[in-house]
Design a protein around this ligand. Sequence first.
Ligand code: TA6
Length: 317
Amino acid sequence: MMSVDELDDKFGIEGELGFTEIDGDLIAISIYNKFADAEICLYGGQVTRYIPHGAFEVLWMSPASFFEEGKAIRGGIPVCFPWFGPHTSDSSKPAHGFARLLYWDVLETKSLESGENIIKLQLSSSYETKALWPYDFCATLTIHIGKTLDLSLSVENTGDKPFDYSAALHSYFSVSGLENIRIGGLTGASYYNGFGSELQVQEEELLAIEKEENRRYVDIAGECTILDPLFNQIIRISKRGSNVTVVWNPGADTAASMEDIAEDGFQEFVCIEAVNAYNDCIKLAPGEKHSTATVIGLDQRASGMKLGSRDGGFAVV
Ligand code: TA6
């Protein structure tokens, strides 16, 4: 792997983008441009920070996260590929696939006239990936840092056999407190609750997270919003190439059993994930490609958002 200096010489952009070592010896890209302050760790290809200027941190990063090889980073946007959740037939294989546990190569960094940056990272099949999943692939992450954060995972079948995969952009969003927020965009959507196999339909207009939640919404391609009156903002999460959305928070008891979430840390985030899984797994014939993207934006000082009115305490008017 290239050193920080070599990466800086080849891909650094004066005054906007550079390489640094974070927590020990993982290398990250730091971006500070006209729109935002961001960080992308090459281990996992994981966006670990996105702060539009003048705003709060949009992505949650666990202060107790590991930053070491062989362990997943808890927070930001882990990339789950080539399977989502536990492996279906071999529980010794890593949960959520291997993409978040490997180093991604830098392909390109770019500065646009608008002041935005585009970063491309790549992970290709190797001896190591084939020991876990016997296919040839080339995965590219295109990360656009601007007024919005646009992260796209594109997977190409570079081999001579077809394959199926599942994937997720498992975004952790920072919130002022779980009890303060509501999630919009899911009314009328069908979901599996936890690991249950019975489909339910969401009736609430706004979802409150009051306990452990692991809702796997199917046949849904639209935008979700996180309404956060204490932070006085709405986070907007839209996507492309994904028909499953997962909303996850571990709740107090499960979080207490997780080494990399501090006490009460579960109160600080909610995951809203752009997923390809269940009835939306992707099949690729040789030479075919699929892209899954999440686009994250912020309405700051969102007016008309109030606690204390309809539905026992929350309304957007
Ligand atoms: O997307 C929700 C989920 O699959 C949950 O079941 C939960 O386990 C979470 O992801 C985190 O998984 P991780 O392997 O990062 O602990």
